[in-house]
Design a binder for this molecule. Structure first.
Ligand SMILES: [Fe+2]
Length: 297
């Protein structure tokens, strides 16, 4: 597969209204680990090698500050900078050194619908630390889009993403062997749909779901197995109503993967996953999936 300059999805930075409570939740219950702190932010790693996969910023309202990819070469930053304006986006800053934990050199851009995307090269890494019940990394972020065709074109033309599957409501986009790193959902606004953290296996998803229930966070959708991507899922509404997913078994693809269309991905009435065991998404998650925006520039 021709390499996308986007590399790998590394981290998401979000604004939270109670930084201490959010940090406690993502450490103690969600099983990430704080690796750096400032007076207004906490940076949390997973079991994988990325310096951090989640950055929590003190804020007056929940929002998304950026989604960051780790790119393979310094030249990828220049390629993205060159391709962004022609594809309808804007370069906001860089390439320049990153002034926060994890370091590296980054370019920050806005896509045509106002999502802030950052691409970093030479950022710090940790030794991997496989753990039975901890997320390794973020495997995908799903955005709602007021016009999926516009967003899809930008991810293809500026960032080299490819369409893996298109359902009636969602375009699944890949930039490496993961079936999707980004998905774009048809909606009436450009908001965050959810963030997916990959667990080692199905059992870890199940144990994580039990841990969440024990801590007072009910399963809002799942446990089930998706169609596109074939991944198992369990969704929750976390602090500040961020929708977060434990997932596992994400389909790995290469150039031979044939993109499916809406008619290939239809469930019979009343079915919401491959197994046929999942309840439908709760009203609460459907509401939460529409509320959080990117920080306005
Ligand atoms: Fe997901």
């Amino acid at each position: 597969m021709p390499a996308s300059p986007a590399g790998q999805l590394r981290s998401i930075a979000i604004g939270v209204t109670d930084l201490d409570a959010a940090e406690r939740f993502y450490n103690d219950t969600w099983r990430l680990e704080t690796v750096a702190k400032t007076s207004d932010a906490a940076y949390l790693r997973g079991a994988g090698s990325f310096h951090h996969i989640l950055a929590l910023h003190r804020g007056s309202r929940p929002d998304v500050r950026n989604v960051t990819f780790s790119v393979a070469t310094r030249a990828d930053l220049d390629a993205i900078a060159a391709r962004t304006p022609a594809a309808g986006g804007r370069v906001l800053s860089g390439p320049a050194p990153v002034d926060e934990p994890g370091g590296g050199t980054a370019i920050t851009i806005a896509d045509p619908q106002g999502r802030i995307l950052r691409f970093v090269h030479g950022d710090d890494r940790h030794p991997e630390r496989p753990q039975r019940d901890a997320p390794g990394r973020i495997t995908h972020v799903v955005f709602n889009s007021a016009d999926v065709a516009v967003a899809q074109r930008f991810f293809e033309e500026a960032l080299g993403f490819r369409l893996s599957d298109r359902t009636k409501i969602m375009a699944f986009m890949r930039c490496n062997s993961d079936h999707h790193s980004i998905a774009l959902a048809d909606s009436d606004a450009n908001t965050l749909n959810h963030i997916a953290f990959v667990m080692p296996d199905l059992d870890a998803v199940m144990r994580g779901a039990g841990r969440m229930r024990d801590a007072g966070w009910p399963i809002e959708w799942g446990v089930g197995r998706h169609g596109p991507g074939n991944n198992v899922f369990s969704y929750f509404v976390g602090p500040d109503d961020f929708v977060i997913e434990y997932t596992a078994d994400v389909l790995q693809v290469d150039d031979s993967y044939k993109a499916g269309g809406p008619s290939d991905w239809q469930w019979p009435p009343g079915r919401f996953d491959q197994w046929g065991v999942s309840q439908p998404p709760s009203d609460r998650i459907k509401q939460a999936q529409k509320t959080i925006r990117f920080t306005e520039l």
